[in-house]
Design a protein around this ligand. Structure first.
Ligand SMILES: *Cc1c(COP(=O)(O)O)cnc(C)c1O
Length: 420
């Protein structure tokens, strides 16, 4: 018997919690059965039933050159044939570290890890180790992976101490994390080791930094001697060659990367000021390690992707993002749907409401039920966006004019269906 999306989901749910290895994939917030991908190429994914979708998920941003890009596939194949992991350093990880440092001037030294979660977690540890201070400030609605100290939600007060945002996270694990609203510069004191921020928030829909916000954070961190950490796991190597820090001109002390630099393989990296990074073992007292860190397949894929991304590539993706955002705005407006389609660099969001959000509370005003209808109407038109109202869209090198035109036409029909 041949597999269907439903039969695989049924089987998966017997042996994998919810049938998925990352919760958003289960379609809980939009309803229905996830499509199980059999293969993908360029701007499209094809499910096990043979349906091909124009794909704006692109592994939540991990794939910027399109699926199965020949250069990336070739790099991975070549690396695999030489062995998949050694427990010894390799030329590839030195080359990738050089490529990162060259593109992002604030990164004087960098260490590879295996996920964005590890990257932010380790950046925070080294910030605490270097400053000798306990507290961390984060912004409500910013996502930094699923380590305990970051799974925290704000209370109602302006600068509340965090509360655990997940069962299994203890109050003591988040006791040193303070949560404040995005786009407002907080007042710090000398107990803060670091401020971590998504320089453009892309996990509560797309919420760009307000003018002066990042500059204000930089100044406030400097005033009290805290380190500024940019979580560029999404924005890094996606919005510009040098990431959000290049676009905004604000320089962090430390940066966390992931997604794009793995070329679709499991990768993260964190880096920044040499004096801070040299606090890491074996040079300094801050412990951090990983059996698969700097893995040769992942570094080969990452290098192959970075080589495709010159300034022209970013200009091209940005023009495509602009085209996508424009087409979606037109489609929704024509169907009588009130929406804002924000774009920041190469990133495109979708807010189903009247006023563009500026923080988590305003982002939560998006119409989730309408998003679910639009999502399914798009899927029926063979266009895949993320199955969650707080994700963004990831146009990339593979979304050529033909694919954008097809998406625009599909969006026009889907918006009419969603509007009911
Ligand atoms: C995806 C993401 C992470 C976590 O990365 P994983 O590789 O999923 O662990 C961290 N920060 C931001 C901004 C992200 O978007």
């Amino acid at each position: 018997m041949t597999d269907t999306n439903q039969s695989l989901f049924d089987r998966g749910q017997e042996v994998i919690p919810g049938g998925v290895n990352s919760p958003v994939r289960a379609f809980r917030s939009v309803g229905g059965t996830p499509y199980f991908v059999a293969s993908a190429e360029g701007a499209t994914v094809t499910d096990v039933e043979g349906t091909t979708f124009h794909d704006l998920v692109q592994s939540y941003g991990a794939v910027i050159a399109g699926h199965a890009h020949p250069k990336v596939v070739e790099a991975i194949r070549g690396a695999a044939a030489r062995g998949t992991s050694y427990g010894a350093p390799t030329p590839g990880e030195v080359a990738l570290a050089e490529a990162i440092c060259e593109r992002v001037p604030s990164v004087e030294k960098v260490r590879m890890v295996s996920s964005g979660t590890e990257a932010t977690m380790s950046a925070i540890r080294v910030a605490r180790g270097a400053t000798g201070r306990p507290k961390l400030l984060k912004f409500a609605g910013n996502y930094h992976g699923h380590s305990d100290g970051l799974l925290v939600s704000g209370g109602t007060a302006m600068a509340s101490l965090g509360l655990p945002a997940s069962a299994g996270v203890t109050e003591s694990a988040v006791a040193d994390t303070v949560v404040v609203p995005y786009n407002v510069v907080p007042t710090l004191d000398e107990s803060f080791a670091a401020v971590i921020v998504e320089p453009c928030a892309a996990n509560m829909g797309l919420v760009p930094p307000a003018p002066g916000f990042l500059e204000g954070l930089r100044a406030e961190c400097d005033r009290v001697g805290a380190l500024l950490i940019f979580d560029e796991v999404i924005t890094g190597f996606r919005v510009a060659r040098g990431g959000a820090q290049q676009l905004t001109g604000v320089t962090p002390d430390l940066s966390a990367f992931g997604k794009v630099i793995g070329g679709g393989l499991p990768v993260g990296a964190f880096g920044g000021r040499a004096d801070v990074m040299d606090e890491l073992a074996p040079l300094g007292p801050v412990y951090q390690a990983g059996t698969l860190s700097g893995n040769p397949l992942a570094t080969a894929a990452g290098l192959a992707v970075l080589e495709l991304l010159d300034d022209d590539a970013y200009a091209l993706i940005e023009s495509r993002a602009d085209c996508l955002a424009g087409a979606l705005a037109v489609a929704l407006a024509a169907a009588g749907i009130t929406a804002v389609v924000p774009r920041w660099g190469t990133l495109v969001g979708l807010f189903l409401g009247a006023t563009a959000p500026h923080d988590y509370d305003s982002a939560c005003a998006t119409d989730e039920a309408l998003y679910a209808r639009f999502f399914h109407a798009l899927l029926d038109e063979h266009v895949a966006i993320a199955p969650g109202a707080y994700e963004v869209m990831f146009p990339g090198l593979a979304h050529d004019d033909a694919s954008l035109t097809a998406i625009a036409e599909a969006a026009g029909r889907a918006a009419v269906v969603a509007a009911g």
